[in-house]
Design a protein around this ligand. Structure first.
Ligand SMILES: Cc1cc2nc3c(=O)[nH]c(=O)nc-3n(C[C@H](O)[C@H](O)[C@H](O)COP(=O)(O)OP(=O)(O)OC[C@H]3O[C@@H](n4cnc5c(N)ncnc54)[C@H](O)[C@@H]3O)c2cc1C
Length: 485
């Protein structure tokens, strides 16, 4: 059916109950999910999961449903956040709306009745959908919570991964949760632990040593009310800087200065220009040089703040944006901080670093077992002149998002752990966290885990085949001829 012939007059389901019935029907028509086909692992006390997923944000939930779609049901997700509060949406994300266009299918995995649009229209109608400009931030979280309810993965919340190790037959996760400390065994592990999954907030080298009472990082809890009447500097040029500046302005900061090191503000989101299926599905097959060059180009050109986010700041007369303004020195001055910048000296009460995240294994002690052995990009390829940069620390992943060993033979269990977080993007492109590519990434991941589980269990599948004795013909459907007639 083409767009012209589609029946756009159908109002679709008019309630979530009706939508959920349609989704159930979609699954029924496709005979999904299939029965769990993975043989149980015998003889392991307490049992062993086929797949453990660390993180139940968008990536973890999508991976879980992708696995369910291919009949892998012995899985469990663990998330340190309370139920319904996973991911950044209700914590340090401070934008009014998502950047992404509302029409993206996101984690729907090909099910039209699982999209944000279907969820939105079922509750608010088609006219409201037409009027919607961008998805409000907390409404996106409501949608993800609904997605979780209808796909129904087994999630344990308030449960933190504290260590990871492995051996020839699986991976061991040390977890701390409401029941205290415990160990869980899994044949495969997916790290869907977010934008900062292999690191944490990036603190620029020039800032190290500045007393913490003068500053916050944009990705931590900030008491914005305490900034009322204060002069606040926000360092950074992207969406995080603008969102935090807006939050300070709306909490009646006396003055907010957005200080940008770059000579000009990025204005073009280059990533959008490459957001087609070729890039999503083919990126991971490119040479090392091309994968690095693509990511480096996007990083160097910078990703601009969304149009509406910038307007949220510039409507305040006490907002000032200064480009070409690198910080050269920060010195305490009584209870304030004096910043020596490329454009002069200014004294402020508080600084918010909106400097993003970095892959920094030291900030993830729970992953030390992986960090010791994992092959990194610096072991394989670094673009000339980029030695010592952030990308060099990213894991060099295999085709199944799996970690590879730096020294072959030292930790073969690493290949049982799949990085399905931001740090995978140098190897696999934008399929492990952002809304546009998340379904494609989850399907690639689920397919590869299925293949691995099947191959590992092949002897048992062979035995099952030999033992399979359900007849299709019962023997009474025909009579054997006595002789040629
Ligand atoms: C402010 C902000 C705005 C964004 N806006 C957009 C946008 O408009 N469009 C877009 O496409 N993308 C956007 N993104 C990028 C991306 O969509 C989000 O980062 C999204 O949350 C990624 O989903 P995720 O599941 O990978 O990570 P998260 O949603 O962060 O989920 C990871 C989960 O892992 C859990 N976890 C981490 N470590 C542990 C541990 N040791 N033990 C147990 N649990 C753990 C966390 O509690 C968390 O719930 C935005 C990102 C940010 C930060």
């Amino acid at each position: 059916m083409t767009k012209d012939t589609a029946d756009v007059t159908d109002p679709g389901p008019r309630s979530l109950d009706a939508l959920e019935a349609r989704l159930a029907r979609d699954l029924d028509l496709l005979t999904l999910p299939p029965a769990d086909w993975v043989p149980p692992q015998d003889g392991v006390p307490g049992g062993v999961l086929d797949v453990a997923i660390v993180g139940a944000g968008m990536a973890g939930l999508t991976a879980a449903f992708a696995l369910r779609k291919v009949g892998v049901a012995n899985i469990r997700l663990f998330d340190r956040a309370p139920a319904g509060r996973e991911g950044p949406w209700a914590t340090y994300a401070r934008m009014e709306t998502l950047r992404s266009p509302k029409t993206l299918a996101g984690p729907a995995l090909g099910f039209s009745n699982l999209t944000f649009r279907a969820w939105f229209e079922a509750q608010f109608g088609r006219a409201a959908w037409e009027e919607l400009h961008r998805i409000p931030r907390l409404q996106w979280l409501d949608y993800l919570n609904w997605y979780r309810r209808v796909t129904n993965p087994p999630v344990e919340n308030e449960t933190v991964l504290t260590a990871i190790s492995g051996d020839g037959s699986g991976v061991t996760l040390d977890l701390t949760g409401p029941e205290g400390l415990r160990r869980v065994r899994a044949r495969r592990v997916i790290l869907a632990n977010g934008r900062d999954g292999l690191g944490g907030p990036f603190i620029p080298p020039f800032w190290k040593g500045v007393d913490k009472r003068f500053w916050s990082h944009a990705h931590e809890a900030i008491d914005f009310q305490a900034l009322k009447g204060k002069t606040v500097a926000v360092l950074g040029a992207g969406a995080g800087a603008v969102d935090n500046a807006a939050e300070a302005l709306e909490n009646e900061a006396a003055k907010v200065l957005m200080l940008v090191r770059r000579a000009t503000l990025p204005r073009i989101n280059k990533g959008i220009g490459a957001g087609h299926p070729g890039m999503v599905l083919g990126f991971h097959t490119l040479s090392d040089e091309r994968r690095w060059a693509y990511n480096q180009y996007i990083a160097d050109t910078g990703v601009p703040a969304p149009h509406n986010s910038m307007l949220r700041c510039s409507r305040h007369p006490n907002f000032a944006l200064l480009t070409g303004c690198p910080i050269e020195q920060a010195k305490p001055d009584g209870g304030r901080l004096t910043l020596h910048t490329g454009r002069g000296v200014v004294t402020v009460d508080h600084v918010i670093l909106a400097t993003g995240f970095s892959v920094d294994w030291a900030q993830r002690p729970e992953l030390a077992g992986i960090a010791r052995h994992a092959l990194l990009w610096r072991d394989r390829y670094v673009a000339p002149g980029e030695e010592g940069g952030d990308f060099a620390e990213h894991p060099y992943l295999g085709p199944d998002f799996e970690f590879l060993e730096r020294v072959p033979g030292e930790a073969p269990w690493l290949s049982r752990i799949h990085a399905f977080n931001y740090a995978a993007s140098l190897s696999h492109g934008k399929v492990t966290g952002d809304i546009p590519g998340i379904s494609a990434g989850a399907e690639r991941l689920a397919d590869s885990i299925v293949a691995a589980l099947f191959t590992e269990d092949y002897d048992r599948h062979w035995q099952r085949l030999l033992a399979f004795e359900t007849p299709e013909l019962l023997g009474d459907e025909w009579t054997e001829a006595e002789a040629f007639q």
